[in-house]
Design a protein around this ligand. Structure first.
Ligand code: AMP
Ligand code: ZN
Length: 456
């Protein structure tokens, strides 16, 4: 069966198949590591995880690159306000990001390039744009992209370019469609940058946010690749500018398919750091919700539809997951045999749903149909059908053994904690208990030592 997705560039459903070979090359805009990611950000990352898993479900390979924006306006502001080196400031949030991804059972990307490790590639790309005459150095030593030199500008965001007040220059990374103008590729050093800066042919400075993604995506995926994704707010100006930079430099089509997820909202407004209406993953774990319950809520809405965050949804997720657990526990040790027709039909419906532009709510309906029918039949060999579905959903616990299987990183924290307790270092013991909890596991102490169970 073919996998269809909605391409934001053409605004049509299209078949997703590799441009070359058997691999989909996919770039996903990653976090700006200036703070803990909030669950709105994780809506984008779980959407991308589902996308990646559906590609794999269809037998295609994936090479996914997710950047870490560790230098931009926000990271510099944060580091300088805290009076620490940029790299030290961002390290905390990089580490937190990877541990959050694990809690949410997000499959890791193949490459996580950090912007600060790719400054020479960015400078080379800016030089190329200057040579081609589409970029220019301003008096202060910044370099700007001249949007009027790239006639296709606006193709992704569908901007009616003729009716824009263009010409203004925009030094900030983010601005709205009404203020289209020349955007910064390289930003000259300013007082407020403090110790952050790199030497370049235009003087000391730092890259603009947009050039980071063009340079790193082309380095790891080639000048033309299959798929590029992000939240809908990335569409303009970030992705529009990425296209302009890449296509003006190479003369080739940058990306075939663009996909964007709608926002996670709170009381009708976008969940965002600037509005202050956000929950981090940690906030919810501290309230006793588990990674898989949060994942369930984030993925169980169509990715192109707004999703309003509510605690009642987490309660529903808890109930739904325990229904699945009970059913799977019952059939898990069924004698092997051919999948019955009624289960095969559920799997077929599931496949059709995920291949129809990632219709996960419909896929869950097929899963619950399978639960209902399984419960209505004598024990049947349907575990394989659940397993297939879970390759995409990533929320089912299989087997008492799997439930008890402690991952190596949790195991090593348990070992460290045992050592800390032996040394009566209670602060360290508590810190490790919290870290183990953040990884989705619960540790209890008894005379026999620690027991560790997966949180429900
Ligand atoms: P940032 O760290 O702000 O660059 O955002 C990282 C990713 O999260 C981007 O793909 C954004 O589009 C996405 N994002 C930010 N806020 C939300 C939200 N409320 N809902 C869904 N995605 C979001
Ligand atoms: Zn990006």
């Amino acid at each position: 069966m073919e996998m269809k997705v909605f391409n934001s560039l053409t605004r049509r459903d299209e078949i997703l198949a590799p441009l070359s070979g058997d691999e989909i090359r996919m770039y996903t805009c990653g976090p700006t590591v200036y703070n803990y990611a909030h669950i709105g950000n994780f809506r984008a990352y779980t959407f991308e995880d589902i996308l990646r898993r559906v590609i794999e479900f269809n037998g295609m390979k994936v090479r996914q690159v997710m950047n870490l924006t560790d230098v931009d306006d926000k990271t510099i502001r944060g580091a300088n306000a805290a009076n620490v080196a940029l790299a030290d400031y961002t390290r905390t949030y990089k580490d937190a990001f990877f541990s959050d991804l694990k809690v949410l059972n997000v499959e890791p990307a193949e490459v996580y390039p950090a912007a600060t490790d790719h400054i020479p590639e960015m400078i080379a790309l800016v030089e190329k744009l200057v040579e081609k005459g589409v970029a220019y150095r301003s008096d202060d030593g910044s370099v700007y992209f001249n949007v009027r030199k790239f006639p296709q500008y606006g193709q992704l965001a569908h901007i009616d370019f003729d009716h824009q007040r263009t010409g203004a220059r925009c030094a900030a990374d983010e601005y709205d469609k009404e203020n289209v103008g020349d955007f910064a590729l390289w930003k000259a050093w300013e007082e407020s940058d403090g110790p952050v800066g790199w030497d370049s042919p235009w003087g000391r400075g730092r890259p603009g946010w947009h050039i980071e993604c063009s340079a790193m995506s082309m380095k790891y995926l080639g000048e033309s690749f299959d798929l590029h994704t992000g939240g809908i707010d990335n569409c303009f100006p970030h992705h529009e500018n990425e296209i302009a930079q890449a296509e003006a430099a190479t003369g080739k089509r940058f990306v075939k398919t663009w996909m964007h997820c709608a926002h996670l909202r709170v009381n009708g407004e976008k969940m965002s750091k600037s509005l202050g209406n956000f929950y981090t993953l940690r906030d919810l774990l501290d309230k006793g919700w588990t990674g898989r319950e949060i994942r369930y809520v984030l993925i169980n809405a169509h990715y192109r539809q707004g999703l309003n965050f509510a605690f009642s949804a987490l309660e529903d997720a808890r109930k739904a997951l325990s229904r699945i657990d009970e059913c799977v526990d019952r059939i898990e040790n069924a004698p092997p045999g051919e999948i019955p027709d009624w289960a095969a039909k559920c799997l077929e419906d599931f496949t059709a749903a995920v291949n129809d532009d990632l219709n996960i709510p419909k896929a869950f309906a097929a899963l619950f149909d399978l639960v209902r029918q399984t419960n209505a039949h004598p024990v049947a060999p349907v575990a394989e059908a659940f397993r297939r579905m879970d390759k995409v959903l990533g929320v089912i616990f299989f087997g008492k053994a799997a439930k008890a299987e402690i991952p190596p990183e949790v195991r090593s924290m348990l070992d460290e904690r045992a050592a800390a307790r032996a040394a009566k270092n209670w602060a360290e013991s508590d810190r490790l208990r919290d870290a183990i909890s953040a990884a989705g596991w619960q540790v209890k102490d008894s005379r026999e030592g620690q027991t560790c169970t997966r949180k429900a």
